[in-house]
Ligand binder design. Structure first.
Ligand code: SF4
Ligand SMILES: [Zn+2]
Ligand SMILES: [Zn+2]
Length: 311
């Protein structure tokens, strides 16, 4: 297989685009495409202040690298969840990348700021039936929004790739979770006061493309998944989608793009308006919530702290 641009040996063949590229041209193609998506979906501007959620994995570090190469002003945010060795290793990767590229990284230690690690908090609440993912997701979303608001950032950016987005879409479609479908997309506008704008510049790249980019750029990232990811439904959906992709190259991309087109034509509009109109500000932290008084985050962590005190 030869590179379409220069005829050298191809490093990657992207069947869904009918495009093979050598290492050099692939490393140019990824930032070009990213810039195209940023503009197409109006994610942010040249001078926007960007907060980038960094997990230490390939997607977030590859995205940080691309945005930095494109000349954007970015600050990384790493949240230490206190998940044993996984958190230690991933933080090391995030710090290493920031230091090597002279980039600013903000660290938030959940145990220090909230009084317990995510696994400890999970044991003290009923959320998630013994799995910490529910408390974890809630906490990450809250902290990301808080740091973005307090730091005056224009947008919060995450490294979600097409495989992530297609798996979420698959799950939401199977369950006809119309409210979630209404909110899914490359950009989530800052609709309610206090909910920061979110964007996913890698949402149209396959996971194998972001992995190839990280590899060819020599980025060190944590290969291991979080130990709690094992057996997750999203992984099962990813496997199913990969099987379909194998038979019909481009299927994942067209699933996602057709969804975005349907949304643009007005599907789910009503649901989105209803969800938005129900938001009020939490009486404790002030962040927007659909709950009548305290948000789920404050309720959960108040419970954790009171049970810790009673133990
Ligand atoms: S898999 Fe790990 S990092 Fe992901 S939500 Fe669950 S506990 Fe958090
Ligand atoms: Zn080439
Ligand atoms: Zn709150």
């Amino acid at each position: 297989m030869r590179c379409r641009k220069c005829g050298e040996k191809a490093a990657i063949n992207m069947r869904q685009h009918k495009l093979a590229l050598c290492g050099t041209h692939f490393l140019e193609w990824i930032p070009e495409q990213t810039q195209r998506f940023i503009e197409k979906y109006k994610m942010f501007e040249e001078d926007s202040r960007i907060l980038l959620a960094v997990s230490g994995g390939k997607d977030s570090l590859a995205l940080w690298d691309v945005l930095h190469r494109l000349g954007y002003q970015t600050t990384g945010l790493y949240i230490d969840l206190g998940i044993s060795d996984y958190s230690i290793q991933s933080q090391r990767m995030a710090e290493k990348f920031a230091t090597e590229n002279d980039l600013k990284l903000t660290l938030v230690d959940v145990a220090e700021s909230e009084g317990a690690t995510i696994p400890e908090a999970s044991k003290l609440t009923e959320r998630g039936k013994g799995k910490p993912c529910s408390v974890c997701g809630l906490t990450k979303r809250h902290i990301m929004n808080r740091v973005a608001r307090e730091g005056g950032y224009d947008v919060l950016v995450t490294g979600h790739n097409l495989d992530d987005e297609a798996a979420v879409l698959f799950g939401n479609t199977i369950n006809w979770a119309v409210g979630y479908l209404a909110r899914q997309g490359p950009v989530l506008e800052e609709k309610a006061d206090g909910l920061v704008r979110k964007a996913k510049p890698f949402c149209r790249f396959y996971e194998r493309e972001t992995a190839a980019y990280a590899l060819l750029r020599g980025i060190n990232y944590i290969y291991d998944e979080c130990p709690y990811a094992e057996g997750a439904t999203s992984i099962y959906y990813k496997e199913l989608l990969n099987q379909m992709e194998e038979v019909r190259p481009g299927m994942k991309l067209s699933f996602y793009l057709s969804f975005l087109r349907a949304k643009k034509f007005g599907l789910f509009v009503q649901e989105s308006t209803i969800a938005q109109s129900k938001l009020v500000n939490c009486s404790t932290c002030g962040q927007p919530t659909t709950a009548p008084d305290q948000c789920a985050y404050c309720r959960t962590w108040d419970k954790v702290r009171s049970r810790q005190a009673a133990a």
